[in-house]
Ligand binder design. Structure first.
Ligand code: 2P0
Length: 333
């Protein structure tokens, strides 16, 4: 296959991956569980390079033109390509174009969607099937652990076997099981100052990190039960506790990492109040200031009506649980 195009979604971690047991192989310290999104996606087109012997790595702008990718993005893609080439023993120079449907590097897991899209496109070009269990591992070779979850739709656990950290991600329940909505409050669409990778590296320097790890197996089980039973109250309590704890670890790392902004806290408080008022809504925050407001279909419009005028939110993204990556007939070039 010469030209291949895919879309691959971002995901929101409900139990967070934070800290690594093996940075070389991007292995986590704990099992995480996420919901794959539907609207926040990365697109990637990949084809054999017809002129020259080096790769061409392009970014599609809002106006539709293709420009050379920024240096940091290019570096990440080149490193991932190196790993993929070794895996498949395929060394042909490539033309690659990519673009995201949502803000890049702002803590909405654009590395997860971007690198899972690259891994999928490369694997398809090499004749691998879309459902291969290898895809999770291939995405993880990028150095983005959350990419290991984005190759799968619905509710996803990585690693699938919590005690075996090298295992691939596995679907825990399909999106249709509980099609939760995710209203993403974009508080700051700019590139964050401290990468998730740096956050993972520093996590173990928090004096509270060891205590966190002891709590996680039980929290994971509680969340799995809540999802299986569509028990929103338990999901809300577990997911909010988990988000605060991950950020507490970041804030007490050495040096400290503060991803939240004042409006982040304001949204978290408003969401708790809406829940006390009877709506099925809760919130979580990944490695950035933006808030994922999770709610059921029946309450999504009441939640948005209550929050939409909040000062300090640059943009609202309407997302929900999604089915995972897709192969596309439309190409970026
Ligand atoms: C996770 N995060 O489990 C943890 C929790 C975010 C918080 O691994 O935002 O895809 O593009 O740097 O590298 C971050 O994943 O995110 C991450 P960005 P990345 O998802």
């Amino acid at each position: 296959m010469n030209k291949v195009s895919v879309s691959s979604p971002s995901n929101i971690a409900l139990i967070k991956y934070w800290g690594m047991s093996d940075a070389q192989r991007t292995l986590p310290n704990n099992a995480s569980l996420s919901m794959t999104l539907n609207q926040c996606v990365s697109y990637c087109t990949l084809a054999r390079q017809t002129s020259g012997t080096s790769d061409e790595i392009l970014w599609k702008t809002a106006s539709g033109s293709l420009i050379p990718a920024q240096a940091s993005m290019r570096r990440g893609i080149e490193q991932h390509l190196q790993q993929l080439r070794q895996h498949f023993d395929d060394w042909q120079p490539l033309r690659i174009a990519t673009v995201n449907s949502f803000p890049t590097g702002a803590g909405i897991a654009s590395s997860a969607s971007g690198f899972s899209a690259l891994a999928l496109a490369f694997a398809l070009r090499c004749g691998q099937s879309f459902n291969s269990p290898d895809l999770s591992q291939l995405a993880r070779l990028s150095g983005s652990g959350s990419a290991a979850r984005s190759v799968i739709g619905g509710f996803v656990q990585w690693p699938g076997h919590p005690g075996q950290l090298h295992c691939p991600a596995e679907q825990f329940a399909p999106a249709q099981h509980w099609p939760l909505h995710d209203l993403i409050a974009v508080v700051d669409a700019g590139h964050k100052n401290i990468s998730s990778r740096e956050g993972h590296r520093l996590a173990a320097s928090s004096p509270f990190y060891a205590a966190r790890l002891t709590q996680l197996p039980e929290r994971l089980n509680t969340l799995r039960e809540a999802i299986l039973n569509r028990d929103f109250d338990t999901l809300a309590d577990t997911v909010e506790r988990e988000a605060v704890e991950m950020h507490m670890i970041a804030m007490t790392s050495k040096p400290a990492i503060f991803y939240w902004q004042p409006v982040t806290l304001e949204i978290l408080a408003r969401v708790r109040q809406l829940r006390r008022d009877g709506l099925q809504v809760c919130s979580t925050v990944d490695a950035g200031p933006n808030v994922h407001v999770l709610c059921t279909l029946q309450d999504v419009s009441a939640v948005y009506t209550a929050l939409r005028k909040l000062p300090g939110v640059e943009q609202w993204i309407f997302d929900q649980a999604g089915d995972g990556p897709r192969q596309l007939a439309r190409h970026l070039f």
